[in-house]
Ligand binder design. Structure first.
Ligand code: GLA
Length: 417
């Protein structure tokens, strides 16, 4: 058995082997995009059990858990060395109580615990990767009570991606615990084309940074992307996402230094794209404004809609127009201002009639149907603020710089032309 495994690993390295025929993820998880929090965007490698415990407490006290953010994910740098049998251990100084005790605490709060590893020999932060230890690591995570694995792609130069991710997917399933599998190979191997049965989500881009518009080229091949840059890369992939298998445009930077309107726009667009909502800010010290963005249940409902269709851009320009079909006959409609100046938009609905039969089997026709509008960022998102009916004078709405207008559209009646 051991020889077979070594042979398989060699084939993987040679790029010959692909997925084991049986490889399939643990089914039934992430039927809507996963929601939670992750250490990386704010705390990077400076993590310890105290941070995880206090964040668990804050997720509950703030109401974020009850709004749906249930995964509490440790990213890179929780690890120490492997033991004499090859099992991974945690950093004893940062996690003196051990991961099992931490998982017990997190579970006692009604939350789930996530962990991080890498398909290569080392993680991006230089800790041991899972290469050659996939089954052992999956087993260890299951024993500890882990519920989520983010699986990175550093130090993977000679590894076949389909093989490596398929192997860990199978190892997790064999370990017998429902562990959500979140692939993080930055879209390098077009995972949307092959990972539907392997993982519950896959990153589609390189890392995000807390900037609305702009890239940061570190000069060593590592480029970080702003919100708009990621949006543009993730949008064309909408046909590949669906319940249980999501495009992941990376974790949120809401609360990490964007302006209030940028925070709102960033959050809204991730919801329009049915993205996993993994928070990346300091939950313990969060401002009421940031909390209000993250806890807007009507906006979260757009992300978590059970139809599971990623939204689409139906008009480009300084102000973009986006639509997302929702379960039943509702739609989400969003205007995104990419510029820094406030801009007026004429609500000329008929221009935005859209046939999305190929992806969602849905069409929206503003000629033959009238929809009621609810403004999801207004004080009262339940109030109808208008309709899409044709009027003599076309209504105008102003969209602030780096901001959005978000409506939920509900069918009013089938009307005459
Ligand atoms: C990569 C990932 C990030 C984060 C870091 C940790 O860059 O894309 O999301 O996990 O590694 O080192």
């Amino acid at each position: 058995m051991r020889k077979l495994r070594i042979l398989f690993v060699c084939l993987l390295m040679a790029g010959v082997a692909t997925l084991p025929a049986t490889a399939q993820k643990y089914e039934g998880l992430a039927r809507t995009p996963q929601m939670g929090w992750n250490t990386w965007n704010k705390f990077a490698d400076k993590i310890d059990e105290q941070l995880i415990r206090s964040t668990a407490d804050a997720l509950v006290e703030s109401g974020l858990r009850d709004a749906g953010y249930i995964y509490l994910n440790m990213d890179d740098c929780w690890h120490s060395k492997r033991d004499s049998l090859g099992f991974i251990t945690c950093d004893p100084e940062r996690f003196p109580s051990g991961i099992k005790a931490l998982a017990d605490y997190v579970h006692s709060k009604g939350l789930k615990l996530g962990i991080y590893s890498d398909a290569g020999r080392q993680t991006c932060g230089g800790r041991p990767g899972s290469f050659g230890h996939e089954y052992q690591d999956a087993l260890q995570y299951a024993r500890w009570g882990i519920d989520y694995l983010k699986y990175d792609w550093c130090e993977s130069y000679d590894i076949n991606a389909k093989g490596a991710y398929g192997l860990m997917s199978e190892a997790l399933r064999e370990a017998g615990r429902p562990i959500l599998f979140s692939m993080c190979e930055w879209g390098s191997n077009r995972p949307w084309e092959w990972a539907k049965d392997v993982a519950h989500s896959w990153r589609t881009t390189g890392d995000i940074w807390a900037k609305f518009d702009g890239t940061w080229d570190h000069g060593n091949g590592f480029v970080q992307n702003g919100v708009l840059q990621i949006l543009d890369m993730n949008e064309p992939l909408r046909q590949y996402a669906g319940p249980g298998h999501w495009n992941d445009p990376d974790m949120l930077e809401v609360g990490n230094g964007l302006t209030p309107s940028e925070d709102r726009a960033h959050f809204t667009m991730w919801c329009m794209m049915a993205a996993p909502l993994i928070l990346g800010n300091d939950i313990v010290n969060m401002s009421p404004e940031v909390k209000a963005v993250l806890m807007n249940r009507d906006v979260i409902a757009i992300d978590q809609d059970t139809l599971g269709i990623q939204g689409m851009r139906v008009e480009r320009g300084d102000v973009e127009v986006w639509l997302k079909p929702l379960a039943g006959s509702d739609w989400a409609f969003c205007l995104l201002n990419r510029t820094l100046e406030p801009l007026d938009v004429k609500l000329d609905w008929r221009r935005w009639s859209t046939d999305d039969s190929t992806v969602s089997g849905r069409k929206i026709d503003f000629e033959s149907h009238v929809y009621e509008l609810r403004d999801l960022w207004a004080k009262n998102p339940q109030k109808v603020v208008g309709t899409t009916a044709r009027t003599k004078k076309v209504a105008t709405v102003q969209v602030g710089g780096h901001d959005v207008v978000l409506y939920r559209l509900t069918l009013q009646s089938a009307s005459k032309k």
